[in-house]
Design a protein around this ligand. Structure first.
Ligand code: GLC
Ligand code: GLC
Length: 829
């Protein structure tokens, strides 16, 4: 069952009913100011950091789930309704929500009045724009009153929810109903003391009235769906003092039959320099010293959206921005689902994960997590082609939090860019992701100079050294922390946050990730070993190109040693082992009744080329056997489960993984993030058909028809789909913020379609099986454009032969062409 459809022409997903199984959301903003918005206008806004600079309030664990947002209430001759359906829930004659790239347009129609609300964050602005267009679709003139509504958050979203004894006395606003650009409300809580920022909510018209006190607007004991002021039909002109500040304006609107009118609302964030915080005292104007905020910057902002034409121009600029961004990589094939995921939604999600890491979604509260060291390095992989300069900046920020011994803070806060002490360090996979992030950036751009950038360790400038030195310490961290089998020590966890082999926890609520009560243990990770074999050659290559021949040779030797170690101590017979636990016992072995086989080492080992040599006797290689075991034991119609059989009881020596009921999350859920590793692995061994089959199982556009089962947005990946042992197999959770976005974009664009940047040229090596017989990829790289046309037999094991600008070449690397040129590549597989 579906709840809408894709509109590829406009690059939108069109939701045609408010009654989706869960709020389906979108993100506004891609620079400094961000909003989350559901198809019912729920959600909230923040400046840079979802925890520290929250503009509007969101209530967690609410009933219904999606309560609190930016709402427009209509009072049409006593009939009160909301075009976003929520919160009033009055029946609509027509409902439509179009989630586009950086904007959302929600339209509701009732009783001969259509109200369209367009929400977006313009490029270069720290504000959400809300353009409201009312159209009289009846044959009689209408006079209606329109009430806007936002509820302010007292900035620190954590404190906002917990510290009522203080918070309910500090709320302050200023009201400017006759402002230079219409009517405006200023939220200035805590501005009198240490804050130098405030929020403004304004409309580009003179409001008939306003409200800033929530209890007055809503009415004590009412919910938002019963709000008192819209029902009364007239604003109360309330002035907040403590309690719950809000922003609401009312407009009286008369419309002839068929007539339309539009208004622009601005929800903005404004920061003033310390010495310009206040308006100068002016006795005549009644302005006292240090009491009235300096509104100059707010007025400048409002002046840029004073007319609807200005708003429209800003919206067009946003559309053009995305159009241009998405032209870096496009595919045209016979499979429209493939095309829309690659050309639109997967890349869009990569931008969102790059910006948000795992901080703010309808599953991540925005108060729990900052930017992840491991996560952000992986998010880069799917983003770097879009805006390489921002990837560069991010790499330097991340690297600056690394410790001198090569290990890393697991997270940092985006506002301060400082490592998060509460979570600390000790996830032994972290350092190697930096190598992969940097390698991807250098391949994309050719900017080897980044390796010479001076970057602090632990944010301490006196410890600064080159970025290349950071990579050296990353690489050496693994080499210097090996266990009894010669495999890397796991520390608190590796990629799998829930495999906590040095934490034996009996305390409810104790964090598995930060409790390391069995320190000194010898638990080892086969995953990190495979990651090392995958990332190590990149490090060696970069060293070689810096003239460090010996360093490179030594690194390559360490990689070869690790490869041998994995085959010797990391192989169970039909698949790769997962780990050795605190006692040195095997994890991920056929010898145990549960947790026999885990996905992570299978995918990553094959990606790294471990065991891919084909035996002389024609039998299956180790790599192929591992992948066949994955297919047999982990495969489901909804994707590949993380491990099998799931744990049915708590295993104290394994940590959080066994705390989940079977089939959920890391305990045998379909953890979509690691499916692409197997997809890439299958392309490595020449099995494109299986790779593409796996791709389709988890890719949302292919799951649109089962939206009632899948439950979440059919346009973005979710972190997890419940596994085969789960009560609700096939049901997704944790949409949007997941490494699945970046890795699936890598899998589909670089391995299935097979166009990926190398150090010296574009590598073209499609491997997608027979279902996609013909396609064209257009790829810009380093200023040149490559038109790659593929004729594909899909024969297992077959590799493409290349004709570049009419001349056949050896191998699969198309040398980089000068900026501005167009290169034609014809590929026959
Ligand atoms: C979450 C985390 C990620 C981790 C994964 C597996 O997605 O953000 O860092 O690798 O879970 O535990
Ligand atoms: C929990 C989640 C896991 C996530 C981790 C992040 O363990 O189950 O998926 O990666 O928290 O800290």
């Amino acid at each position: 069952m579906r709840y809408g459809h894709f509109d590829d022409e406009t690059r939108e997903y069109v939701i045609t009913t408010p009654h989706t199984p869960y709020p389906w959301i979108n993100y506004l903003g891609s620079e400094q100011f961000f909003s989350l918005i559901s198809h019912q206008a729920g959600g909230y806004s923040f400046y840079r950091d979802a925890k520290m600079r929250r503009l509007t309030r969101y209530r967690y664990n609410n009933i219904p789930a999606d309560a609190g947002g930016r709402y427009f209430y209509v009072n049409d001759g006593g009939d009160v309704w909301t075009p976003s359906w929520l919160p009033i829930k009055a029946d609509l004659d027509h409902f439509e929500c179009r989630h586009g790239l950086g904007y959302t347009r929600i339209t509701g129609e009732r009783g001969g009045l259509s109200v369209e609300t367009l929400f977006f964050v313009p490029m270069g602005e720290t504000a959400e724009i809300q353009k409201v267009t009312l159209t009289n679709t009846s044959d009689q003139a209408k006079t209606v009153t329109l009430f806007s509504f936002v509820e302010f958050c007292l900035w620190n979203a954590q404190d906002d929810q917990t510290n009522y004894q203080r918070n309910l006395s500090i709320g302050e606003v200023e009201i400017e109903n006759d402002g230079p650009y219409g009517s405006a409300i200023y939220h200035k809580t805590e501005y009198r003391e240490r804050r130098d920022h405030y929020a403004v909510y304004a409309v580009n018209a003179h409001a008939a009235g306003f409200d800033t006190d929530r209890d007055t607007f809503v009415g004590a004991y009412n919910g938002l769906g019963e709000a008192a002021v819209p029902r009364a039909g007239v604003s109360a002109n309330s002035v907040a003092s403590g309690w719950y500040p809000i922003g609401s304006h009312s407009l009286e609107i008369t419309l002839e039959p068929g007539a339309s009118t539009s208004y622009t609302y601005v929800l903005g964030y404004v920061e003033n320099p310390q010495d310009e915080k206040w308006a100068p005292a002016d006795e005549a104007a009644g302005i006292e010293a240090l009491q009235v905020i300096n509104k100059t910057r707010a007025h400048e902002l409002l002046s840029r959206f004073a007319t609807n034409e200005q708003t429209d121009a800003a919206f067009e600029a946003l559309r053009a921005y995305w159009h241009n961004l998405l032209s870096t990589y496009t595919v045209t094939s016979t499979d429209e689902k493939l095309d829309r995921m690659v050309n639109i939604w997967n890349q869009y999600q990569c931008m969102v994960t790059f910006n948000m890491s795992r901080s703010a979604s309808f599953f991540e509260t925005g108060i729990g997590r900052g930017m992840g060291f491991r996560d952000s390095n992986q998010d880069l992989l799917g983003f770097v082609h879009l805006i390489p300069e921002r990837a560069r900046e991010r790499i330097l920020d991340i690297a600056a939090t690394q410790f001198p011994d090569g290990s890393a803070y697991h997270q940092y806060q985006p506002l301060t860019k400082r490592g998060n002490n509460d979570i600390g360090s000790g996830f032994n996979d972290d350092p190697l992701w930096l190598v992969l992030g940097v390698a991807a950036y250098v391949k994309e751009t050719g900017d080897f100079a980044i390796l010479d950038e001076s970057v602090p360790f632990d944010n301490d400038d006196s410890l600064a050294d080159t970025l290349f030195e950071h990579l050296t310490r990353s690489f050496n961290f693994t080499v210097d922390n090996l266990g009894p089998h010669g495999l890397p020590l796991i520390g608190r966890a590796d990629w799998n946050d829930c495999l906590n082999l040095n934490c034996f926890s009996t305390e409810p609520g104790e964090s598995f990730q930060t409790t390391e009560n069995q320190a000194g243990g010898v638990a080892e990770s086969v995953f990190i070993a495979a990651q090392f074999v995958y990332a190590g050659p990149e490090y060696a290559e970069l060293a070689e190109r810096r003239g460090l021949t010996e360093v490179a040779a030594k690194a390559r030797q360490a990689v070869e040693d690790m490869r041998a170690t994995v085959l010797r101590h990391g192989w169970d017979g039909e698949w790769f082992l997962r780990a050795y636990d605190f006692y040195g016992n095997k994890i991920g072995t056929d010898e145990k009744p549960e947790g026999k086989i885990w996905i992570e080492p299978q995918g990553f080992a094959v990606m790294a080329g471990i065991g891919t040599d084909e035996p002389a006797d024609g039998s299956r290689s180790v790599a192929v056997r591992a992948l066949d075991s994955v297919n047999e034991m982990l495969g489901t119609d909804h994707g590949l489960v993380l491990q099998y059989p799931a744990y049915t009881s708590y295993q104290i020596e394994l940590g959080e993984v066994s705390t989940y009921p079977p089939g959920y999350k890391e305990n045998g859920g379909i953890f979509c993030h690691n499916n692409p590793w197997v997809i890439i692995g299958e392309t490595v061994v020449g099995n494109g058909a299986r790779a593409f089959d796996y791709y389709k199982r988890i890719t949302p556009a292919y799951r649109e028809d089962i939206s009632d089962v899948h439950k979440l947005e059919p346009y973005v990946y979710a972190q997890m789909i419940a596994g085969k042992q789960a009560v609700r197999h096939g049901e997704a959770k944790n949409s949007w913020l997941t490494g699945t976005a970046a890795w699936n974009f890598v899998a589909v664009s670089q391995y299935l379609l097979g166009v990926r940047p190398g150090y010296d040229g574009l590598i073209v090596d499609p491997q997608i099986g027979p279902e996609v017989p013909q396609f064209t990829v257009t790829r810009s790289a380093r200023g040149a454009t490559y038109e790659v046309t593929v004729t594909n037999s899909g024969t297992p094991g077959a590799r493409g032969s290349l004709v570049v600008d009419g001349i056949p070449i050896e191998g699969n690397t198309v040398p980089y062409a000068p900026a501005g040129s167009t290169v034609t590549v014809e590929v026959t597989v």
